[in-house]
Design a protein around this ligand. Structure first.
Ligand code: CP
Length: 307
């Protein structure tokens, strides 16, 4: 994947996922590598982030590279009216080996990639995509089940605004016999353009609540209602708190699935789920660092030494 931009989950092929999982496993075992000592990443997070920003930073440091962070918008010349395009042109001029960008506007990562000569990785663009979260999610499923093929995955929550859900759905659609269950209040269901891209590749069923689900699932992927993306806050008030995953709710399912969440969690999973062996969300966040070590190495043309 040397020199490639990673803007969408569709920038990965099934074999890329499988190779990156194996490399991530080696990174996890070795913990640190000294393969990127002359490399520099620039992180540009123009929308809040804890996991994506810090796991990319940790990943780069753990493979031996350096990271320069753009800092907050308020400390930058964006506040003086400098355009996004000029900002990217400037960053690219500092000759980074990779640029990782998050922005609230859909399509901004692609715009940055079109401007920059160096590879750009999308750390989340509005409601659109979050491809390295999909990589993280699939790696967590792969570590748990030893496969992705054949898994039954339920997505619960704000499927309309969640970029992790679109990228995860695209990634799952590349595997065989995966079944997808989309569970959300009607106004938060998956966007038609996302469904359009997966419906011929993977069976998808739609439900209004988890209680309606009448089939066994392997994975329950929960997401937060994304208040910041609502244009009508009254609509947010109507749906907030409409699903809360608790041990009691999980025990009513035909089989207790593993519980995943891209985080941050607000109140959609009660904290007493955390102690259940099926709760995978904190491990999932840690896995994000290992897959990003593997991905950064590949994009920068570096080899992860064999075990
Ligand atoms: N999962 C995720 O994207 O988390 P952050 O918003 O903290 O980066």
């Amino acid at each position: 994947m040397k020199g490639r931009d990673i803007i969408s989950a569709f920038d990965f092929a099934r074999e890329d996922f499988m190779r990156l999982f194996n490399e991530a496993k080696i990174c996890e075992k070795k913990r640190t590598l000294r393969i990127a000592e002359d490399k520099m990443a620039i992180t540009v997070f123009l929308e809040p982030s804890t996991r994506t920003r810090l796991s990319f930073t940790a990943a780069m440091l753990k493979i031996g590279g350096k990271v320069m962070d753009f800092g907050g918008i308020e400390a930058s010349a964006l506040m003086k009216g400098e355009s996004f395009e000029d900002t990217i042109r400037m960053i690219d001029g500092y000759d980074p080996d990779v640029i990782i960008i998050r922005h609230k506007v859909e399509g901004s990562a692609k715009m940055a990639a079109d401007i920059a000569e160096h590879p750009v990785i999308n750390g989340g663009d509005g409601m659109h995509e979050h491809p390295t979260q999909a990589l993280t999610d699939l790696y967590t499923m792969y570590k748990t089940f030893g496969k992705i093929d054949g898994l039954r995955v339920a997505l619960l929550g704000d499927l309309k605004h969640g970029r992790t859900l679109s990228s995860l759905s695209y990634a799952l659609s590349m595997f065989n016999d995966v079944k997808l269950y989309c569970i959300a209040p009607p106004i938060l269901q998956m966007r038609p353009e996302v469904v359009e891209k997966i419906k011929d590749k993977m069976p998808c069923k739609f439900y209004n609540s988890l209680e309606e689900l009448d089939e066994e699932i392997d994975v329950l992927y929960v997401t937060r209602i994304q208040k910041e993306r609502f244009t009508d806050l009254q609509e947010y008030e109507r749906v907030k708190g409409s699903y809360i995953v608790s041990p009691t709710l999980l025990s009513k399912l035909k089989k207790i699935p593993i519980v995943m969440h891209p985080l941050p969690r607000v109140n959609e999973i009660t904290t007493d789920v955390d102690a259940m062996p099926q709760a995978k969300y904190f491990e999932q966040a840690t896995n994000g660092m290992y897959v990003r070590m593997a991905l950064l190495a590949e994009v920068m043309g570096l080899k992860i030494p064999a075990e």
